[in-house]
Design a protein around this ligand. Structure first.
Ligand code: OOG
Ligand code: MG
Length: 256
């Protein structure tokens, strides 16, 4: 498939809430994969969406092991993907959503490759990312997931706090008040600052106001409808949202 055709197919899959027709893309080249991602994101922007952020993926061993890949990837976030902290998210149009706990950086000035990345950071916050692979069964190669904008679907960010040391903070993910994953920010490349440096290297220059998701600290878990999701990062606070309950199946009455 050429770049535009694959971007169209992935776009249709995401909008229709159905995995890519014909299964996998067969893409094997990461340079072409980023070109597909760019074309895919361009389709969103053409529909009036606005770029809000930059995300890193596979920055933790937990995620690499879960998905069977071993390289850092990056994708783009838009305003349409944002879920307000404490808000609601309708997951009925998604294919097979999963949620994962992250930390977020907010840029106060332009992030340039090299130099001290923390100098560009205005604030930090706990975050939740909802991923939803457009490939059947959440199975993909590295180029395939890159083309699919790294499975990005939605994200929520907690209250922004003054920049602080994010090393070795406990991370907890809860569904309906039950702990489902626990980890540490140390799982993110040893220190989330390394994710920030990687964002500068791979995505730079990134504009002031950009949100950067450092990548999940734990494996992702399936996200059902009608669920209260919360992440807590020790010393940084919490972020939460609720998924809309499943629509009741229409009842058919067989009178007579
Ligand atoms: C790809 C997205 C990876 C992360 O935080 O590691 C990612 C996927 O797992 O489908 O967002
Ligand atoms: Mg993620």
């Amino acid at each position: 498939m050429n770049t535009g055709t694959l971007a169209d197919a992935l776009d249709i899959a995401a909008r229709g809430g159905r995995p890519l027709a014909g299964g996998r893309s067969g893409l094997t080249d990461t340079v072409q994969a980023y070109a597909v991602q760019e074309a895919l994101v361009a389709r969103r922007l053409a529909r009036g969406e606005r770029l809000t952020g930059f995300k890193l993926g596979f920055t933790s061993v937990a995620k690499m092991r879960q998905m069977g890949v071993s390289d850092l990837i990056h994708g783009r976030l838009t305003d349409r993907m944002e879920v307000p902290d404490g808000g609601r998210l309708d997951v009925s149009g998604l294919i097979h959503p999963r949620v994962e706990p992250e930390v977020a950086f907010l840029l106060g000035s332009t992030l340039l490759p090299g130099g001290d990345p923390m100098a560009a950071v205005a604030a930090v916050a706990p975050a939740l990312e909802v991923i939803d692979s457009r490939y059947d069964g959440f199975r993909f190669s590295l180029p395939e997931v890159i083309a699919d904008n790294t499975s990005a679907a939605h994200y929520a960010v907690g209250a922004w706090r003054a920049p602080r040391d994010l090393s070795g903070l406990g991370v907890l993910l809860e569904l309906d008040g039950r702990p489902v994953e626990t980890g540490s920010t140390a799982a993110i490349l040893g220190h989330p600052l390394r994710a920030l440096a990687a964002a500068a290297r791979l995505g730079g220059p990134l504009e002031p106001g950009t949100v950067i998701l450092a990548g999940a600290a734990t494996a992702a878990v399936p996200l059902p409808p009608g669920t209260y999701v919360r992440a807590a990062v020790a010393g940084l606070g919490t972020v939460a949202f609720t998924t809309e309950p499943a629509e009741a199946a229409p009842t058919t009455r067989e009178d007579a």
